[in-house]
Design a protein around this ligand. Sequence first.
Ligand SMILES: Cc1cc2nc3c(=O)[nH]c(=O)nc-3n(C[C@H](O)[C@H](O)[C@H](O)COP(=O)(O)OP(=O)(O)OC[C@H]3O[C@@H](n4cnc5c(N)ncnc54)[C@H](O)[C@@H]3O)c2cc1C
Length: 408
Amino acid sequence: MAEFSFELNDDQKAVRDWIHGFAADVMRPAAAEWDEREETPWPIIQEAAKIGLYSLDFYAQQYFDPSGLGIPMTMEELFWGDAGIALSIVGTGLAAVGVLANGTEEQIGTWIPQMYGDPDDVKVAAFCSSEPDAGSDVASMRTRAVYDEAKDEWVLNGTKTWATNGGIAGVHVVVAVVDPELGSKGHASFIVPPNTPGLSQGQKFKKHGIRASHTAEVVLDQVRVPGSCLLGGKEKLDERLARAREKAKTGGERLKNAAMATFEASRPAVGAMAVGTARAAYEVALDYARTRQQFGRPIIDNQGVAFQLADMRTRIDAARLLVWRASWMAVNGKPFESAEGSMSKLFASETAKQVTAQAVQILGGNGFTREYPVERMHRDAAIYTIFEGTSEIQRLVIARTVSGVQIR
Ligand SMILES: Cc1cc2nc3c(=O)[nH]c(=O)nc-3n(C[C@H](O)[C@H](O)[C@H](O)COP(=O)(O)OP(=O)(O)OC[C@H]3O[C@@H](n4cnc5c(N)ncnc54)[C@H](O)[C@@H]3O)c2cc1C
């Protein structure tokens, strides 16, 4: 009979404590400054690289941890430290996963190491899918990739938006339309190597939260990349497109969309980020409630405050369990038959929003100022219900999956 345990093993605990140390000693003290500066915290990414916390090796080890808990544990601790800085550290991972999911072994070996650079010359990467008119509605994507057979090159044109690390990245992974007739089945992903002419940064967004993370438009104007930059290769793409055309003609069963399957698998990681932010705000609120005196006693003596803390803690633990379940399922190849990945992201992100709002309330006037970190955490938490699929889209995925009805 298989062993069952909710406990991290000793190796995992050691890694968790090591990340926690970095989050507490390096990220936390710098969080307010980088939030105000609204710039990528390069010195902190460099420090993380020097100790191996920003490296392909480290993330590969966590990604392939057979328990599935390596990535959620890492995300929770880093985002407990600070969400904006943490996203600057892990943003490259989204581009890396895009290559891992769709690339050949050669592409994986060539491009993923370049995404991270090395400790003396740190790089970041960007994953560019969203467009001004194609956010939740990925099928409306317009960025076009056209094959120039004579030169064995792809030519990319379009505008991407909301790209984390967009324009400051070395390697950009760009999703583009190769066959407009096929909707999202006619999309393919491309590597745009560093310094490729025609790729430029558009507007950099000033944001409500996670302000230390760079978010920008990416403009592609006659960007030419070699044929070898098509992730998965031309042969595989042609086969996939032929299958999709056949299905479209015969009206056969719905094809599984590879990009959506990848997102579904990566959603627990976003859930874990949300758990980290929620836990951070809860801890500040608990500490404050124990020490803040009103009416001659600590405010935690009031059930009205203590019960809020009880609810906050319960929701955080429930969110973590959903995240761990989904991550364990993903690593062990168990299909998300009830959209468990989406469930974990939905519940954890809504928890982070709710818990950080409660923390602001428990800190009263202080919670509303930038003298205390819960104000920043509350702003940061708002992102989790938006990126990697909004809460509404998660509900749509869950409802469709459990009902079998193509709910709109
Ligand atoms: C800080 C930040 C970083 C990001 N990083 C990246 C990145 O690195 N790469 C990338 O490609 N993208 C990135 N994104 C984009 C992000 O994934 C999108 O913002 C998200 O998918 C939502 O798309 P949208 O903003 O266009 O909203 P819309 O799709 O326009 O949605 C607006 C509202 O309508 C609701 N809605 C839409 N359709 C439905 C429906 N069918 N049923 C019910 N409600 C619906 C939504 O839930 C939402 O509330 C980032 C976004 C932000 C803000």
